[in-house]
Ligand binder design. Structure first.
Ligand SMILES: Cc1cc2nc3c(=O)[nH]c(=O)nc-3n(C[C@H](O)[C@H](O)[C@H](O)COP(=O)(O)OP(=O)(O)OC[C@H]3O[C@@H](n4cnc5c(N)ncnc54)[C@H](O)[C@@H]3O)c2cc1C
Length: 432
């Protein structure tokens, strides 16, 4: 059965979330220096009371099932909520932080829930779910992120401890994180996807050295960027800080990556809708060369194109979310998630560019969000695997299901249809 409607009870929650975001959460971006800085008294005075309101409305940590303290609404409902939270998405996580569903903590919580010991869950998972601490996923290395064969960080067992050595970069939020989830080579003789294991590394462990906090152009980041270049130097962690089986880091990573990718896409819809609202507002307000922009056909074309792009993309996101709910198996929807991942930067950048253009010089200024949206589009096209790799995943999955034809019949459809039609209507044709 196909259904494109939201049930009225949940729609009420979404309406509340929309109002709450506009009236209470979005203004925080101008007064809270960084939503992850728990040492900032302004942040601590303003954000926790809003988080309590979200809890009271049953919208806290909507990515989680009831066993982990979330409402378990599923991915379609999460998509509808994330569209609203995504409005505050370019370089700011304030919306998701207030609603307890910010990346990369969402995915890291899923890893801990699946693979953590009871002690890990008590020490790391529960405070993470409660919004009391933050975390970091540390996988990409300076010499490459898309190709696991080039990874070098290693972990060697020494008695009851693992000793980690190596370098990682673009470890987002490391400077705010209580712990890092780190991928390291434990079994170098195995084939590439069986060489690495996953570890919990408390950030204050001796030997964890943040060399630089790298920023992203176009995003406002107070006191240095959020993407850490980390050196792990003889970092000793207890033996049982390994998550999942030895050599199975990629299996563990998939627990978070698939969900993370679609959640970014859901929030990107929010960004697109915000850019579109601003595009339309500007079109009906700005008066130039004797008429409003909205009367000019080239601007009308922008409005129509942007609307179509957003609606197409949104339906793909919602359909993919529906498939995840329906099948409960990320592997089965891997191609769909890759498609969404590839489409997101394209649509976001296309809509943001149109909105920027109709704002003229104001559009490119730092008083408007469009440049940050364009940068966010670049981010979405790189993080969690670059666009090219996801196109390959999708194309390979599609092509794997296609049977080769013979040289004499390059397409099985045409001759087969002709023969079938002639057979089917032979009696009638013979009579006439
Ligand atoms: C803002 C931001 C935040 C990030 N946060 C994190 C994080 O928290 N943790 C983490 O571990 N990583 C993080 N990353 C890193 C991200 O996952 C990597 O950038 C990504 O996996 C690509 O790796 P790379 O940058 O080393 O590029 P490379 O692997 O060197 O690839 C470079 C380029 O080569 C091309 N390419 C690669 N493979 C192929 C192919 N098969 N076919 C054709 N072309 C190809 C693509 O154009 C690609 O962009 C973040 C990145 C960004 C931008």
């Amino acid at each position: 059965m196909w259904d494109f409607e939201t049930d009225p009870e949940y729609q009420e929650k979404l309406d509340w979330a929309d109002r709450f975001m506009r009236e209470e959460v979005e203004p925080l971006e101008y007064v809270v220096a960084h939503p992850l800085d728990l040492s900032d008294p302004v942040r601590q005075a303003l954000i926790p009371p809003l988080q309590d309101e979200v809890r009271a409305h049953g919208l806290w940590a909507c990515h989680l099932g009831p066993e982990l303290g979330g409402p378990g609404y599923g991915q379609v409902k999460l998509a509808l909520l994330n569209e609203i939270l995504g409005r505050s998405g370019s370089g700011s996580t304030v919306g998701p932080v207030v609603f307890g569903c910010q990346a990369p903590d969402t995915g890291n919580a899923e890893i801990l829930a699946h693979y953590g010991t009871p002690a890990h869950k008590e020490k790391y998972l529960q405070p993470l779910l409660d919004g009391k601490i933050f975390s970091c996923f540390s996988m990409t290395e300076p010499q490459g992120g898309s190709d696991p064969k080039v990874f070098r960080t290693e972990a060697v067992l020494d008695g009851d401890e693992w000793v980690l050595n190596g370098e990682k970069w673009f470890s987002s939020n490391a400077r705010w994180a209580e712990f890092l989830i780190v991928m390291a080579i434990t079994d170098p003789e195995n084939e590439p996807y069986q060489r690495m294991s996953m570890f919990i590394v408390p950030t204050d462990t001796p030997g964890v050295r943040i060399l630089r906090d790298v920023g992203v152009a176009g995003w406002v980041e107070e006191g240095g960027g959020d993407h850490a270049y980390i050196r792990y130097e003889d970092v000793r962690i207890p033996k049982d800080n390994m998550l999942g089986d030895r050599g199975q880091a990629f299996v563990v990573a998939q627990t978070r990556l698939a969900g993370g990718r679609i959640h970014h896409a859901m929030r990107a819809v929010g960004q697109m809708k915000l850019a579109f609202e601003m595009l339309c507002e500007r079109a009906v307000s700005r008066f130039t060369q004797d008429e409003r922009l909205s009367s000019k056909q080239l601007v009308q074309e922008m409005v129509a194109d942007a609307w179509i792009e957003i609606e197409q993309f949104r339906l793909l996101v919602l359909q993919t979310a529906w498939k995840i709910d329906r099948y409960g198996d990320y592997k089965r929807v891997r191609g769909d998630i890759s498609a969404v991942k590839v489409a997101a930067p394209k649509v976001l950048q296309s809509v943001a560019t149109k909105a920027l253009q109709v704002h003229g010089s104001l559009g490119i200024s730092d008083e408007m969000p469009f440049v940050a949206m364009l940068v966010n589009g670049i981010h979405v096209g790189l993080a969690d695997g670059p666009t090219e790799v996801h196109k390959l995943t999708l194309a390979r999955q599609i092509l794997a299901g296609v049977e080769p034809t013979s040289e004499t019949f390059p397409s099985r459809h045409i001759p087969a249809l002709k023969e079938e039609a002639e057979r089917k209507y032979a009696a009638t044709l013979a009579r006439l």
